[in-house]
Design a protein around this ligand. Structure first.
Ligand code: NAD
Ligand code: MG
Length: 378
């Protein structure tokens, strides 16, 4: 049985990963959270990892006191998070939200851990550097994002170089078919009401703006080595086809299932085997109809902005990602309106000081500048 380290264990993907560990008996060696120490303490007492880390220093101190009757070592800050990511355990599930996931991914690759990646922002900002490091270290990275897992599953057995096109499906989010006028005054509550998936707040807003699909286009470019022009986004309201591929002979292969993140998480853990546990079975008679529509890129501008960013390359994806993270935070805090998110993302893309060869420090500098630009623009 594999031993695991779970980063972002208190979040939506993190708790579902622990459900799988509980059910299938994986050994948990390390846990990481941002600041939710109440839940992290419970998880630590149940799974008994050797180390845990809390990004927030104050909260880490509190947790240390709470856990002082155990042998569990409590670390803090980004260094503590990276120490857990590179400590005891064969595989790292990275379910941290945002660019905060990048350094821990790099630390885990350096320590030769297999990576199960939910944190798409790792690849959006550091895709080139991550791919180089994976090759250098001979380390595997398996996608957890449902679309990318579906693409990866569809490619099993396909000859190298046979991939022509990726069919990336999107639910369309809570505001499908709405006009810009309709979206002017939507509330946080409305934006958080996703039709098919229950997820963390940031990705739920990203799904409402279609930024999530834009980030996923960039993620797919880095994972599968195809240009953005060969990735077609299809709005598929039922979220039954999780994505697919078109191969050189015209065959289209896709992965279908009920929308449940436990399947792509478990597949990353068991690959190339499959879990013995059946997930909720798909009843296509019950589903009845599968529909496909083109995304409305005039209304949901974050999607074309992400495509523009990956085509420009370099630090442009980091700029749009950083601006989006900051804008989503401001929207959730009630400081900006929904449609401003795309405006701010665009502003960051226009103003990015781009370069082709860049370091991890350049990524964090660009991220900082994009966030500052957003804060100074409102
Ligand atoms: P979430 O907000 O529910 O959880 C995020 C986790 O990250 C929490 O445990 C939080 O404590 C931790 N965290 C936040 N900041 C941190 C920091 N600076 N250092 C260490 N830990 C930190 O988010 P989620 O919905 O579980 O999403 C996690 C990632 O997975 C995101 O990148 C998201 O895009 C991706 N993803 C999520 C889903 C889903 O269904 N939720 C699907 C596909 C991809
Ligand atoms: Mg996804």
């Amino acid at each position: 049985m594999k031993s695991l380290i779970i980063l972002g264990s208190t979040g939506s993907i993190g708790t579902q990963s622990l459900d799988i560990c509980r059910r299938d008996g994986y050994k948990v060696c390390g846990l990481v959270a941002g600041s939710n120490i109440e839940l992290l303490e419970k998880q630590a007492r149940e799974f008994k990892p050797s180390k845990v880390a809390v990004f927030n220093e104050e909260k880490a101190k509190e947790l240390k006191i709470k856990l002082n009757d155990t042998d569990i070592k409590v670390l803090s800050g980004v260094d503590g998070v990276c120490e857990v990511a590179s400590g005891e355990g064969e595989m790292v599930i990275n379910a941290i939200v945002g660019i905060a996931g990048l350094r821990p991914t790099l630390a885990a690759i350096d320590a030769c851990k297999t990576i199960a990646l939910a944190n798409k922002e790792t690849l959006v900002t550091g895709g080139e550097i991550v791919n180089r490091k994976l090759k250098e270290k001979g380390v595997k990275l398996l996608p957890v994002d449902s679309e990318h897992s579906a693409i990866f599953q569809s490619l099993q057995g396909a000859p190298e170089n046979s991939l022509i096109k990726i069919l990336l499906t999107a639910s369309g989010g809570p505001f499908f078919n709405k006009t810009r006028k309709d979206l002017e005054n939507v509330t946080v509550k409305e934006a958080l009401n996703h039709p098919n998936w229950s997820m963390g707040a940031k990705i739920t807003i990203d799904s409402a703006t279609l930024m999530n699909k834009g980030l996923e286009v960039i993620e797919a470019v880095h994972l599968f080595g195809v240009p953005a022009d060969n990735i077609e986004v299809l709005v598929h309201r039922q979220s039954i086809i999780h994505s697919g591929v078109e191969l050189s002979d015209g065959a289209v292969i896709a992965q279908l299932g009920t929308p449940d993140m436990k399947l792509p998480i478990a597949y990353a853990l068991t690959y190339p085997e499959r879990s013995e546990t059946a997930f909720e079975k798909l009843d296509l008679f019950k589903v009845g109809t599968l529909t496909f529509e083109k995304p409305d890129t005039d209304t949901f501008r974050c999607l074309p902005l992400c495509i523009k960013a990956i085509n420009e390359g370099g630090l442009a994806p980091t700029a749009v990602n950083g601006a989006n993270e900051e804008a989503v935070r401001l929207f959730l805090d009630g400081k900006i309106k929904f449609l401003q998110i795309a405006d701010l993302v665009e502003k960051a893309l226009i103003n990015v000081n781009n370069k082709k060869d860049f370091s991890v420090e350049d990524i964090f500098e660009t991220d900082k500048l994009a966030r500052q630009l957003v804060r100074n623009s409102i």
